[in-house]
Ligand binder design. Structure first.
Ligand SMILES: [Zn+2]
Length: 213
């Protein structure tokens, strides 16, 4: 449910207002019920959401996502049994295997989107959320919160999940496919990172950063 907010007149107390972080238009500070969203009149950016304890919920889910992320990268994704031979590979092994085919551009792309960008996204978020959940604002919070938003679309976790499912279906006729620990962790990672993004109220984070300046 969206609530439309009214721009203030100049005679009113500015402490009662909230500025849109995208277009700077001032709106009267909303008091929102749980589940409601207040959007900017001019650009539609989210100003505030009725989500109590969003910092703690988002922090817990981001920490869980980071643990799943470590498991995904450290443990085998798929195992194959063929003619008495058994082999298994981690996500990183699969990416590095492409070096043997001279596909360096793909190797770099996979390492960036499967390892570096998701890791930077989680670390930037935790750098802000851990102190913020304890009532403090870390130095450079605005920069790192923007950076977390920039890294987020470059993390291709969902794409890998799809890739693994396609591989399982295609290889099932040729060999016995044994899903590794990382496959289940990938599911957990996808769920926790999506839920963490949904739980967080970015407008409230911006408000806290703004009030600490
Ligand atoms: Zn706006």
């Amino acid at each position: 449910m969206s609530v439309s907010l009214t721009p203030p007149s100049l005679s009113q107390d500015l402490g009662k207002f909230v500025a849109c972080h995208d277009c700077d238009l001032l709106h009267a500070k909303p008091s929102l019920a749980v589940g409601t969203v207040a959007r900017c009149r001019r650009c539609g950016a989210v100003l505030a959401q009725g989500r109590p304890d969003h910092l703690l919920r988002s922090l817990t889910l981001t920490l869980a996502a980071l643990i799943f992320f470590v498991i995904v990268n450290a443990f085998p994704l798929l195992g194959l049994k063929l003619g008495g031979r058994e082999t298994s590979m981690t996500l990183l092994d699969g990416a590095l295997e492409l070096r043997n085919y001279g596909m360096w551009d793909v190797v770099i792309l996979v390492l960036l989107t499967s390892l570096l960008f998701p890791l930077l996204h989680f670390l930037a978020l935790l750098y802000i959320l851990i102190p913020m959940a304890m009532g403090r604002i870390p130095p450079g919070a605005a920069f790192w919160f923007r950076a977390a938003g920039l890294f987020s679309p470059w993390g291709m976790i969902g794409v890998y999940m799809l890739g693994v499912l396609v591989a399982v279906v295609k290889l099932a006729d040729l060999a016995t496919v044994v899903p590794g620990v990382a496959v289940f962790a990938l599911g957990g990672l996808l769920f926790c990172s999506t839920a963490a993004g949904y739980a967080l109220d970015p407008a409230d984070v911006w408000r806290r950063i703004g009030s600490a300046r």
